[in-house]
Structures are given as structure tokens and as C-alpha cells.
Design a protein around this ligand. Structure first.
Ligand code: ATP
Length: 291
């Protein structure tokens, strides 16, 4: 459905994406995770055909998206600050968006409008941040575009609405599978939705894998420093904190039954590391983490 081959892109002399490769063959919900400025929006704009790669090839449903109206009919890209006309009403904005998306589904539109309680007669400039995000989501999801790209889709939404939104999004995806790419830097809230995750770091796709596999990575061990040092020798230590003669470390390994047995044997406490903390640590290039 989407494919990027050796794609590079930068702004003036700043390289953002360096010969990246990324592919999703089937309908799937993918989370694109990266730290601030990692290049998530840049990648999304390339996929949406708003920018042209400086080298490499992009294919969306078999077509290069840049400057290609036919390819763009398959794509709905909702940016973080969607440039809606501030003087349009919510109702008009939805009507105009409909014209760009041949797969538009009225029932998804109505379901989401009800969920968000959006005031149809209000002008864009009079909407709160959460209302603007809600409007973007109505368009993004009701478009039923084969490739739906949502940049930071939950900004400004409260916890209750976010939960309901995820339910609607999953139902809509299950009834009408399509590729949904969501960017975030808060994986914990979005991970129940996603089947795969791609992490951008240092201009590259650091990894792209199933979210289930990622969930089992990252272990926290707490215990006597000497014992922990021996247990973790030659391991990739992501974080270390000394607490008197005790210490607590995060290691990059699978949280397995074997690790549980080992920690029990050596009187060391073992916990599964929080996913967001794990991602932050594996994308932390500063030396002090390991001090
Ligand atoms: N129009 C632009 N002109 C110049 N530099 C830009 C432009 N847009 C983005 N950049 C730079 O490109 C890099 C990647 O930005 P991008 O917005 O793609 O990252 P991001 O992962 O979406 O970040 P965030 O999570 O903070 O939204 C950053 O260093 C940013 O400053």
C-alpha cells in the first residue's frame, strides 16, 4: 500500500531523512514514533505528496504521490495544524473536504460529529484547540481514504473523548480496513490502537515491527549493585540509577520467564519497563544515561 525506497529529504542544508526504507503491504494501523524534530511530519508530508523526495522513490497504492491528483484521491493527510480557512463554518469545511475524498462515509461522519458534539455553525476561528482536532478527525476518518495519515491526532482531546475516539477508530478500521498511519511521541496512549510501530531516529527508521513484539522489550532490574553488574555484564544498559549499595537498571532485552527465574534466584526485583520510557532510552544518544 505504501513504500518508501532510499528516500532522503532535508530543508536547505539540514538533512532530516537519510535514505529511509519503509513499507506496509496490507491495511494496518501503524504508529510513527519519534522524538521532537525526528522527522515524523516530514515523512508524512512526503507520503501525502505535499513534498517531493530529494532522492529515492515513494509509492502510495502503486503511484508516486507528489503532484499527482490521481494518487492523492487515495490519501487523506491531516496535519497537526490543518490550514483550514478561519472564516469557514464547521459544516462548510466538512462539505468541502467531502469533495476531495471519493470514499467518504456519511455514517462515520455522523458518528464522530455526535461523539465530539461539534457545533456545525461555528466558524473555525471560534473553535477551541480540542474542537479543531475533533474536526480534523472527522475529516480524516470519514474520508475512508485507503491511506489515512494523521499527524498527532489526539492533541487537545480530553481523556474521555480520546477513549471513545479509539473505539470508533477501531470499529471503523475493522469494518473498512485501510492503512492508517498515526504519529505520536506518547506511545502509551496510542499503542492499544496500533498493530505496528516505526521509530524514526537519527534520520533513519530505527526499527519497524509489530507492536506486540515491542511490548515485550525493556526490563527493569532493582537489587544489589554487585549482583546487578554481574547479571547485566555485556548487556545493553539503557538507564542506570545508583541507590546506595543498590541500583536500578533498564536493559534492552526481552521480558521472559527465564529472566523472571534468574531475578528470583539472585533476589533481584524484575519489572517490565514502561514502553514510552523504553523508547525514550533507546533514542537517547547522550552519555550521561549510562553514568
Ligand atoms: N519548513 C521547514 N523548514 C526548515 N526546517 C524544517 C521545516 N519543517 C521541519 N523542519 C525541520 O526538520 C526537522 C524535522 O521536523 P518534523 O516536523 O518533521 O519533525 P517531527 O518529528 O514531526 O517533530 P515534532 O514531534 O516536534 O512535531 C526539524 O529539525 C525541523 O526543525
Amino acid at each position: 500500500m505504501i513504500e518508501l525506497r532510499d528516500v532522503s529529504y532535508g530543508y536547505k542544508s539540514d538533512l532530516v531523512l537519510d535514505k529511509i526504507n519503509f513499507e506496509e503491504e496490507d491495511p494496518i494501523i501503524t504508529c510513527l514514533w519519534g522524538r521532537n524534530g525526528a522527522g515524523k511530519t516530514t515523512l508524512m508530508k512526503l507520503l501525502a505528496g505535499l513534498n517531493q523526495p530529494q532522492s529515492g522513490d515513494i509509492s502510495v497504492m502503486g503511484m508516486a504521490p507528489y503532484n499527482n491528483q490521481e494518487a492523492r484521491r487515495n490519501i487523506c493527510f491531516i496535519q497537526e495544524n490543518q490550514p483550514f480557512n478561519p472564516d469557514w463554518k464547521v459544516r462548510d469545511t466538512i462539505e468541502i473536504a467531502k469533495g476531495f475524498h471519493p470514499n467518504w462515509r456519511k455514517e462515520t461522519e455522523e458518528q464522530l460529529l455526535k461523539l465530539f458534539k461539534l457545533p456545525l455553525n461555528k466558524k473555525i476561528k471560534a473553535l477551541s484547540k480540542g474542537m479543531k482536532t475533533s474536526l480534523q478527525l472527522v475529516i480524516g476518518l470519514a474520508s475512508h481514504a485507503q491511506v489515512t495519515i494523521l499527524d498527532e491526532p489526539t492533541n487537545g482531546l480530553d481523556a474521555v473523548v480520546r477513549k471513545q475516539l479509539f473505539k470508533v477508530m477501531l470499529e471503523s478500521y475493522e469494518n473498512h480496513p485501510r492503512h492508517i498511519l498515526l504519529s505520536t511521541h506518547h506511545i502509551n496512549e496510542i499503542q492499544p490502537l496500533c498493530e505496528s510501530i516505526a521509530v524514526i531516529h537519527n534520520h533513519k527508521i530505527l526499527f519497524h515491527q509489530s507492536i506486540d513484539d515491542l511490548r515485550s522489550r525493556g526490563i527493569l532490574l532493582t537489587g544489589d549493585q554487585k549482583v546487578i553488574n554481574e547479571l547485566t555484564e555485556n548487556m545493553n544498559i539503557l538507564e542506570k540509577e545508583n541507590l546506595g549499595h543498590m541500583c536500578r537498571v533498564m536493559i534492552d532485552d526481552l521480558y521472559t520467564e527465564e529472566w523472571k527465574r534468574t531475578s528470583n534466584k539472585y533476589n533481584v526485583t524484575i519489572e517490565k519497563a514502561d514502553l514510552q520510557d523504553y523508547l525514550i532510552n533507546i533514542t537517547n544518544d547522550t552519555e550521561e544515561v549510562l553514568a
